[in-house]
Design a protein around this ligand. Sequence first.
Ligand code: SF4
Length: 194
Amino acid sequence: MNTTAPLIDPFARAISYLRVSVTDRCDFRCVYCMAENMTFLPKAELLSLEELDRLCSSFVNLGVKKLRITGGEPLVRRGIMTFFEAMGRHLETGALDELTLTTNGSQLSRFAQPLYDLGMRRINVSLDTLKDDKFAAITRWGRLPQVLAGIEAPAPRVCALKSMWLRSKGSMRMSCSTSNPGAHSTIWTSPLSR
Ligand code: SF4
């Protein structure tokens, strides 16, 4: 339940959507994003998982209803499930309508089920191409089969009822939805063309 005045933007609209980056690290090195030899922020300069919980819970208390977790790659942060479990309690109480994640998909085969179990129902997977060699060239350290294995992990596998390729503003988008309300709905988006 909100106990304080909601957040309002300069046009008097209530702010209900928050994106939070939980790490600057990633297990890929996409050519358009990072140098191969990156220097990341010292860990001491990042918010701890407890501080992220406190921050996000404060925003939920101020009226945020949809929370998207991003990185870097959020699933490579050590102990990140502790944070997701903490956010899951806001789904349980109804304070939060949706908890979502933007990921490169590399860790999904491990995390899809626990994320589903704590209430996550939608994940965005960044995927630049479906060609193995191009994928390896773009991401440097990424391998397509690893990502596809994550997308096909047990929790989201039921989503593949409808898919379509869209081209808009030079982007490639594949959306996948389901008629099963209890299943993951997954959307792939890409900043690059095929
Ligand atoms: S997967 Fe995302 S965060 Fe990681 S290097 Fe590629 S674009 Fe950057």
